[in-house]
Design a protein around this ligand. Structure first.
Ligand code: SF4
Ligand code: SF4
Length: 189
């Protein structure tokens, strides 16, 4: 299927900020679509990776921050591995996500930004993901603490979730990574 993308309806101006934050050059993308073909969630999203890049090249502005891939991307980096021009599209998504958060763009269904924050806060506290704490924080934030409780015993039984927090992580290194990321965000990198 051919998707026609035009400048119509764009407000302009995101590409430079995205290129700077993601440290990529999007002008070298020649729309081979290898990234989109390999992306595991492309079939579920309104704009696959190559289309998002094309929209940026054509001057897309804040309207692009509404695109759902920002919140459904798995950060698997398959797009990056497949790109003949070494465009790190996962970093492009990270850049769009950070801009969307800074601009207070409307939260998508399910409140993915809250989920991201809950997950990252657990990593920051324990040096590794602590699913129980992340999920509890997310459920509290959405006011649905009791939701999905029926699944909890089965997950415990199958070892999919631990009650105790993870141990043995290099918390100092993880803490430094968070500090550096926080400083970079302050400088727009
Ligand atoms: S990193 Fe995101 S955009 Fe890239 S292939 Fe994986 S899910 Fe798709
Ligand atoms: S694989 Fe690379 S060059 Fe091809 S469309 Fe995707 S980003 Fe562009």
């Amino acid at each position: 299927m051919t998707i026609r993308i035009t400048k119509q309806g764009t407000t302009g101006g995101l590409i430079k900020a995205v290129e700077r934050r993601a440290d990529v050059n999007l002008s070298v993308c020649y729309q081979c679509r290898k990234c989109s073909i390999g992306c595991p969630v492309a079939g579920e999203t309104e704009s696959p990776p190559s289309e998002i890049i094309r929209r940026l090249q054509l001057g897309a502005g804040d309207e692009l921050l509404q695109t759902d891939l920002i919140w459904t991307c798995l950060a698997c980096e398959t797009c990056y591995a497949r790109c003949p021009n070494q465009i790190n599209f996962a970093a492009v998504i990270d850049a769009l996500k950070s801009i969307a958060v800074e601009k207070g763009v409307a939260k998508p269904k399910g409140d993915a930004p809250l989920f991201n924050r809950s997950f990252l806060n657990s990593v920051k506290s324990y040096g590794r993901a602590y699913d129980l704490k992340a999920i509890a924080a997310y459920k509290l934030g959405t006011g649905s603490l009791g939701q999905d409780m029926d699944k909890f015993p089965a997950m415990l039984k199958k070892g999919k979730m631990a009650i105790l927090p993870p141990s043995g992580a290099d918390k100092g290194t993880v803490s430094r990574i968070f500090d550096k990321a926080s400083k970079n965000r302050g400088t727009g990198r």
